[in-house]
Design a protein around this ligand. Structure first.
Ligand SMILES: [Zn+2]
Length: 321
């Protein structure tokens, strides 16, 4: 229980980075603070992020480890051919991630798959590429990372990332790797949380890594402005349920490492809230009226304790219908 509570606090902190409008260039260090304390300003909110005093390193099986605490979760396969990462985390935790990776074995990082373009999953691309890794992403993720993208929701404009941070191995629908003695299946199922999501399935470890198409125990963010929407999010969750068994380890983009049962609960929540919001919208109710009706209230106690509260989630659902 202590571990769970500690981990939860760390997600809260690292996710403040996400909702803090991803204010990359406004990071500044407060007087007397350590480099772990930095401010983000944006979207009308200001967050002091006192995060990453340590990363949570959670070994799974067959060479798979999940690292929590660097923005989005990072999954690492470590073996004789090298390390294969799913997501790159945020660069402020680079030093700690380097220590963690070294502890997992002596071989270098060979591949990093970006599950989607969001900063808390791709900010580490530059240093990982500089240290020799090939960055893998869906074609639309490459597009977002190499174009100027304004996200109204975050009141923030993302400029193209430097050449060294750009994915060079692009995936349209699927790509398979044979690496460290296992098959690794990388797939896009069309729009989901964004228009460029990838999931990564490690066959030997029976581990499915879902990026932000799965938030374990929390209302998710959905990037409606960049191709995501609630119906597509439900489609991804259903496909992931079909793909897994009770033995599969299911890694979310945010929240604790989970199982198929967690995924089913997440999918059921998405459907219930979508149905409630859709019914109200079909009655011709305005967004304000729908918010006042609290269509996600029944789920708030279990799912609303993180960075996306029930009203925010209802707005994200409404925007996608
Ligand atoms: Zn995301």
């Amino acid at each position: 229980m202590k571990t769970l509570r500690t981990s939860h606090r760390r997600w809260m902190l690292s996710l403040a980075v996400l909702t803090g409008a991803l204010a990359i260039s406004t990071i500044s260090f407060a007087n007397g603070s350590s480099p772990d304390d930095y401010f983000h300003t944006g979207a009308g909110a200001r967050y002091l992020v006192r995060a990453q005093t340590a990363l949570d390193i959670e070994p799974q099986r067959d060479g798979i480890t999940v690292v929590l605490g660097s923005g989005g979760n990072i999954t690492v396969l470590s073996g004789p051919d090298g390390k294969f990462l799913v997501d790159a985390g945020i660069s402020p935790s680079r030093a700690k991630l380097q220590v963690a990776l070294k502890q997992l074995g002596p071989t270098p990082v060979k591949y990093v798959v970006n599950t989607h373009w969001h900063w808390d999953h791709t900010d580490g691309n530059a240093w990982l590429h500089a240290s020799g890794a090939t960055i893998v992403a869906q074609r639309n993720t490459f597009k977002h990372l190499t174009e100027t993208t304004h996200v109204n929701e975050w009141n923030w404009t993302f400029h193209p990332v430097p050449a060294g941070a750009r994915p060079t191995l692009l995936v349209d629908d699927e790509k398979t790797f044979d690496f460290d003695g296992t098959r690794i299946e990388v797939e896009n199922l069309g729009a989901g949380h964004t228009d460029g999501d990838l999931w990564v399935y490690f066959v030997k470890a029976d581990t499915l890594v879902l990026g932000d198409t799965f938030w374990n125990g929390h209302f998710p963010y959905i990037d409606n402005e960049d191709g995501g929407n609630i119906d597509s999010a439900i489609k991804w969750a259903n496909s992931a349920i079909d793909r897994t068994t009770d033995k599969t380890i299911v890694v979310p983009g945010h929240g604790p490492v989970g199982s198929r049962a967690d995924l089913i609960a997440f999918r059921d929540m998405l459907i219930a809230v979508r149905n409630n919001v859709r019914a109200l919208k079909q009655q011709g109710k305005s967004l304000d009226d729908i918010l006042a009706a609290k269509p996600a209230a029944a789920f708030d106690a279990r799912w609303g304790g993180f960075v996306i509260g029930q009203d925010h989630f209802v707005k994200l659902v409404y925007a996608g219908l």
